[in-house]
Design a protein around this ligand. Structure first.
Ligand code: SF4
Length: 307
């Protein structure tokens, strides 16, 4: 049984407190209901405080968790559309769950497709690594080095992954300029260049493929490996892929990418030696200046569009 209070329907005797401190009012109401249940000899229930306000939901559930020992049910009431409601729920419920507060959750979206609410709930739980269920897709944020039509590729991969139940992690990198180390934890991944791309697994190349076969070949590799319960590696194809990757890395050794920029910033911040930090920062600034020349864009004429 679930009992609880909603910010829109607090008992009358708490309206004044609500005006002064809405979080206190919500928690007081919830505790009063709990005490009523105990007087009636009910013990098997969970408690929810629902509010349309994300900060109030977080604050009231944190406070309630210090006052009662019953399981808490979390939700942002009337959260909104699929887009805004998912974000509000992820922020509110994610914050509480990361604190260890909350036992069950409900996502409330303005949609007739209730399964969307379930999907969002699972994504929140998976993101916090509280539950494993089905694949996790990770993708780089893209930048000027992007060398293929990643938007549609990621969307297609996400859709096709819905058919899988295995908790595999699949990575999509917009380019191979940084190598594939960034996604070395992924079970499977792809990265693309001008005409060709690479399928990789756990940071190691599996094979290079034509750009327009990236998605098909990725799923062929996933299926093959899942069938036998381990990643299947064809050594000659893997070697060919590694050679291709090395060539891409060598060709772009001087390119400044978000990952390299972050690495240099971290080096500058961590350097014990002040002179060394200055030198790294100077190099960083010089490279940034170089990349500001739009005419010299590394992707000029190299973008790939899927038919
Ligand atoms: S440099 Fe990084 S962010 Fe930019 S496209 Fe390549 S992998 Fe994506």
């Amino acid at each position: 049984m679930r009992i609880g209070v909603n910010s829109g329907s607090l008992p009358k005797h708490l309206h004044e407190l609500e005006r002064e401190n809405s979080v206190e009012a919500l928690v007081t109401a919830a505790v009063e209901f709990v005490e009523l249940m105990e007087r009636l000899d009910f013990e098997d229930f969970k408690v929810s405080i629902k509010s349309t306000s994300v900060p109030n939901t977080i604050a009231s559930n944190r406070l309630l968790a210090t006052k009662i020992d019953y399981p808490l049910h979390l939700g942002i009431t009337e959260a909104g559309t699929k887009w805004s409601g998912s974000l509000k729920s992820a922020v509110g419920l994610g914050t509480l769950l990361a604190d260890g507060v909350g036992d069950t959750i409900r996502i409330s979206l303005s949609t007739f497709h209730a399964e969307e609410e379930v999907k969002v709930a699972w994504e929140i739980l998976k993101a916090l690594k509280l539950r494993e269920r089905g694949p996790v897709l990770i993708a780089c944020p893209t930048c000027g080095r992007l060398q293929f039509d990643m938007d549609t590729v990621v969307a297609e991969i996400e859709q096709r992954l819905e058919a899988y139940e295995e908790p595999i992690e699949v990575a999509v990198l917009g380019c191979a300029v940084n190598g594939i180390g960034e996604a070395s934890h992924a079970d499977f991944g792809i990265t693309g260049a001008k005409n060709e791309g690479l399928i990789f697994s756990e940071g190691k190349p599996l094979k290079k493929v034509p750009q327009d076969r990236l998605v098909e070949e990725l799923f062929a590799e996933i299926d093959r490996s899942l069938k036998v319960g381990r990643t299947v590696v064809d050594e000659s194809k893997a070697a060919e892929g590694a050679e291709w990757l090395q060539r891409i890395e060598d060709e772009n050794a001087g390119e400044m990418t978000p990952e390299r920029l972050a690495a240099m910033e971290a080096a500058a911040a961590n350097a014990d030696d002040g002179d060394e930090a200055d030198a790294v920062t100077d190099a960083l600034v010089a490279r940034e200046r170089l990349t500001l020349d739009e005419d010299a864009s590394p992707t000029a004429g190299r973008r790939f569009t899927r038919a």
